[in-house]
Design a protein around this ligand. Structure first.
Ligand code: G4P
Length: 290
């Protein structure tokens, strides 16, 4: 589902998350492990401030594990507690509770020292659309919690879900907007299915995807489509080769580029070619230096 974010929407979403934050001891910031930078809300640090935070890198089953490890270090260095999870298949979820216990330990030790009665840790999930918030809530709840339209501003009575004995989770996640300002971010969000088709030009998304594969996994690209291109073959020629190989032609024997574009995006989104992490830490370092 595509959400059109307008300034009013964004302000409202931020207000709602800020209100929910008052109820919890810890925030689970959910990101897509394939794009741990591009799938973060641009104002997340301002919104969450110094509330204890666990960064959950979701969809680990679809990401490049070597690069994911580098991203884990990145978040550790920033002082957030990262955990790698796969909500769809329920992998590593016990780590989520453990991480919540670790980052709230100081607060709960203080409460105990004051003689307050022990209680469960209260948590909420925050993230941009389609990073897997509902999937994770349902997994942790071990049942299906109705998704309140994937829209900020759709209010319903919030409830606490018990996760084991030590954790309670708000059943409504905080939905914040993605980064719009950077064209590469938009393409990566589209390539991973975080934003749906209408916002970014699909041909540009497919070009980005093909050039990424030419640079990072040329052999697999060639094998997958049964083609033989080089790392520096212009994208039109790569599209031609894929179209020919897959018989995607229009009347008059012209290549059906629209179908080729759709095929490439679908194959990358559904990890048919391989597991990739599109955000690179090098790019981030360059950004920091600017
Ligand atoms: P949201 O609440 O943050 O908007 O996201 P949601 O849970 O709806 O998840 C968005 C898509 O991501 C869903 O796929 C969901 O199955 C998938 N997903 C969530 N977590 C994981 C994960 O850890 N690994 C993988 N591989 N996929 C995950 P969908 O295609 O929209 O729906 P469906 O195919 O599940 O029906």
């Amino acid at each position: 589902m595509t959400i059109q974010w307008f300034p009013g929407h964004m302000a409202k979403a931020r207000r709602e998350v800020t209100e929910q934050l008052k109820l919890v001891d810890v925030v689970f910031e959910l990101v897509d492990a394939r794009i741990p930078y591009s799938s973060r809300n641009p104002m997340i640090d301002e919104v969450i401030k110094d509330k204890p935070r666990v960064v959950l890198l979701n969809k680990m089953d679809m990401a490049d594990l070597n690069k994911t490890r580098q991203w884990m270090h990145y978040f550790e260095d920033k002082g957030f507690y990262p955990v790698l999870i796969d909500s769809k298949n329920g992998k590593n979820l016990s780590q989520v509770t453990k991480a919540a216990e670790i980052v709230t330990k100081e607060k709960f030790d203080r409460m105990r020292a004051k003689g307050l009665r022990p209680r469960a840790i209260r948590a909420m999930i925050v993230g941009i659309p389609n990073v897997g918030k509902s999937t994770l809530i349902n997994r942790l709840a071990k049942k299906s919690i109705a998704k309140t339209g994937n829209m900020p501003g759709v209010t319903k009575k919030q409830q606490w879900i018990k996760v084991g004995t030590s954790l309670e989770l708000l059943d409504t996640p905080g939905i914040l907007w993605p980064k719009f300002e950077d064209q590469f971010v938009g393409k990566k969000l589209s390539l991973t299915g975080a934003i749906k088709d209408s916002i970014v030009h699909l041909d540009e998304v497919a070009i980005y995807g093909i050039e990424f594969l030419q640079q990072h996994d040329l052999q697999t690209l060639n094998k997958h489509y049964n083609i033989n291109v080089e790392a520096d073959t212009p994208y039109v020629e790569v599209f031609d080769a894929i179209g020919k190989s897959r018989g995607m032609k229009l009347r008059g024997n012209e290549i059906d580029y629209e179908s080729v574009v759709e095929l490439i995006i679908r194959d990358i989104r559904n990890e048919k070619i391989g597991k990739y992490t599109f955000d690179s830490l090098d790019l981030l370092e360059e950004k920091d230096e600017e």
